[in-house]
Design a protein around this ligand. Structure first.
Ligand code: NAD
Ligand code: TYD
Length: 330
């Protein structure tokens, strides 16, 4: 099977590239190499005969028309992915997550690609005070990021209804693991704690997320890619729900720091209070998360502890300017 994986130099995309190559697929990785795209993340497969790389933007119609030729399926990870950046600068999110998705979809339609899998997020459903979202629930996004991802999802479904394209959408929950850019909660707090820096908890820290380990998320995407029904959406949630303050305390414990590092800062505007997913549909295809949260978090902390050479260069340059803009006035 020949796969075009977009965004394969990012966090979850690179985990998926590794999984697909191990399982015998041929992988073309198309990535724009934004601030979040890191060739180091796939350096160990760069010379593999089943791997090739295309440096391109999913919104570049000519480049993607070329890249989708002869491909059996496309797995679209490429996106601007961080809510806080979307609040500061929404433009790139609309450009990549909405327009880019449409350009890529249309290239697949023209080339007759067998299946298009859109990697989406539970954030498109918005916040839920109790219970869990099913795939049939309406979407109600809160942030420019989730609204852009929702726009992408709607186009994917429209290409199915209008052109009969074989599409599948996965909506994953908050993902963590090795190689995650240190702007999201877990890698930011782990690397800050390792350096003895403060952990900026938004508001009261009682916002709840459903956490999933990256490999379990990729396994869910793999299952939906191979066994999902055309035109369907599949929730991919780890089922471990916790308030941010609990995650923060666990990180402090695992890094040997104390609560004096916790800094409650001004809340994120439009902050969703709780996410939760009903994953019955994907479980019916035989998928289930394989790793318990405490064990997977410990493994992740261990990775960041032993891989300073991966994240220390990232936390300089552009990152410093972002950090100051995001947290300086809070
Ligand atoms: P990431 O920010 O780590 O990586 C994104 C990758 O996409 C980078 O390699 C970047 O260079 C590339 N990219 C960005 N714009 C591009 C463009 N226009 N053309 C080509 N490549 C481009 O993101 P991630 O956390 O690995 O997320 C991957 C996907 O999973 C995204 O679609 C995201 O919405 C979705 N998702 C993420 C999470 C999470 O918790 N991280 C949860 C659910 C869903
Ligand atoms: P994040 O990792 O940005 O993922 P998402 O916004 O997509 O859920 O944030 C996870 C939770 O952690 C969310 O409730 C916001 C909160 N958070 C903080 O309290 N402080 C921070 O510095 C960050 C980045 C997130």
């Amino acid at each position: 099977m020949k796969l075009l994986v977009t965004g394969g130099c990012g966090f979850i995309g690179s985990a998926f590239v590794h999984m697909a190559i191990e399982r015998g697929a041929e992988v073309v990785n198309l990535d724009k190499l934004t601030y979040a795209g890191n060739p180091e993340n796939v350096a160990d497969v760069a010379d593999h005969p089943a791997y090739s790389f295309v440096h391109a933007d999913i919104a570049d119609a000519e480049a993607v028309a070329e890249a989708v030729k002869g491909v059996d399926a496309v797995v679209n990870f490429a996106a601007e992915s961080h809510v806080d950046r979307s609040i500061l600068d929404p433009g790139e999110f609309i450009q990549t997550d909405v327009l880019g998705t449409a350009v890529l979809l249309d290239a697949c339609r023209t080339a007759g690609v067998g299946r298009f899998l859109q990697v989406s997020t539970d954030e498109v459903y918005g916040s839920i005070p109790s219970g869990a979202f099913k795939e049939t629930d309406p979407i109600n996004p809160s942030s420019p990021y989730s609204a852009s991802k929702a726009g992408g999802d709607l186009q994917v479904l429209a290409w199915h209804r209008t052109y009969g394209m074989d599409v599948v959408i996965t909506r994953g929950s908050n993902t963590f693991g090795p190689r995650q850019y240190p702007e999201k909660l877990i890698p930011l707090f782990v690397t800050n704690a390792l350096d003895g820096l403060s952990l900026p908890v938004y508001g009261d820290g009682m916002q709840v997320r459903d956490w999933i380990f990256a490999d379990d998320h990729c396994e869910g995407i793999w299952t939906a890619l191979h066994s999902g029904a055309a035109g369907e959406v599949y929730n991919v949630g780890g089922g471990y729900e916790a308030p941010n303050i609990e995650i923060t305390q666990r990180i402090l414990e695992l890094t040997g720091r104390d609560e004096s590092l916790i800094a409650h800062v001004e809340d994120r505007p439009g902050h969703d209070r709780r996410y939760a997913l009903d994953t019955t549909r994907l479980r019916e295809l035989g998928w289930e998360p394989s790793r318990g949260f405490p064990e997977a978090l410990a493994q992740t902390v261990e990775w960041y502890t032993s891989r300073r050479e991966w994240w220390e260069p990232i936390k300089s340059g552009e990152y410093r300017a972002y950090y100051e803009r995001q947290y300086g006035g809070r």
